[in-house]
Design a protein. Structure first.
Length: 317
């Protein structure tokens, strides 16, 4: 059995043995592209154009031949070849026993996943990006393929998170629902449906003050970041929380100073000036943890977060 991992760190395990070292990044991407063809053939000419667009035909033919030889040497077993290679084309041998995380995720219908265990397993596999951190200079078509796969997998992850939130909500598993909402908010911090569910959970837990603070902070971010007013459903939640109409953001100017040789001195000065502004609350825009993390730069922000390493504070008194 060949285990192929393209999400996060690229890895190839053949019968439990790690053979990743014998496969270059381009070879790995060639396998991914062939897998995406769902058993169909790709011509050698297509592969040469994708992987060596700026090389002469002679050089491209040599490079392709060498890479196919490298894959054959590393992945073939005694019974079946992994690739079926002819004079004019290449394809994945579907009789070869393999499993690929990228292919499994790309072909999954989230709506048909049978249980929470299968959904959590898919979510775990989607933690890493497709070919994470890799791009190929001079190969625009390869980079476009990578970006399209990342976009498609991000949509799959978003759909999966939505379903998990809905399922946990229906079962009233509040802590699990909040955990998944946190994951969802990383990708889409302006989703009003998620915001409404989070507020309702906080209300169910009798955390009304926290619910009001979240509502206020979400609405301000919504307006200041993307110039959007909260929708009717979210405003109705605000009325239930007895939150007054949100004040319209105002523009103000800040004078701060920096010192080139002191890293982050200007940021410390800027934060100090923000704190001096009347009718301005930083906690309307940042969570408590985020404010505490800034304390390592400006001591007037409060105590240091426990997650921030002990470093000297920069202040501008």
């Amino acid at each position: 059995m060949l285990e192929i991992k393209f999400l996060g760190e690229i890895r190839f395990l053949k019968d439990g043995k790690d053979v990743t070292e014998g496969i270059s990044s381009k070879c790995a991407l060639m396998i991914a592209i062939l897998l995406s063809q769902k058993g169909k053939k790709m011509s050698r000419q297509e592969l040469m154009g994708l992987f060596w667009p700026e090389s002469s035909e002679k050089a491209a033919r040599y490079n392709l031949r060498y890479n196919l030889w490298q894959l054959k040497k590393t992945l073939n077993d005694e019974k079946e070849p992994f690739l079926l290679v002819s004079k004019n084309s290449c394809q994945i041998n579907e009789r070869y026993a393999y499993r690929c995380d990228y292919l499994a995720a790309a072909q999954t219908n989230v709506g048909r996943l049978p249980d929470q265990k299968s959904m959590e397993g898919l979510l775990e596999s989607l933690e890493g990006d497709f070919f994470e951190g890799l791009f190929f200079e001079g190969c625009e078509d390869l980079d476009e393929f990578i970006m399209m796969q990342r976009y498609s997998l991000e949509n799959t992850k978003r759909t999966l998170l939505k379903r998990l939130v809905r399922d946990f909500w229906e079962r009233k598993e509040w802590d699990a629902c909040l955990r998944i909402l946190g994951e969802n908010e990383k990708d889409d911090p302006y989703d009003e449906e998620n915001a409404i569910i989070r507020i309702k959970i906080l209300m169910e837990q009798d955390k009304l003050r926290e619910a009001r603070e979240f509502y206020r902070r979400f609405c301000i971010r919504l307006f200041s970041d993307i110039s959007m007013e909260p929708g009717e459903s979210l405003r109705t939640i605000g009325q239930e929380l007895h939150v007054q109409n949100m004040p319209q953001p105002e523009t103000f100017s800040i004078n701060c100073r920096g010192i080139k040789r002191i890293e982050l001195y200007g940021v410390a000065s800027f934060l100090a000036e923000l704190l001096n502004q009347e009718n301005f609350r930083l906690d309307s825009y940042l969570s408590r943890d985020e404010v505490e993390e800034l304390a390592c730069i400006q001591r007037r922000m409060g105590k240091l977060s426990a997650q921030v390493p002990p470093i000297a504070r920069l202040t501008d008194d």
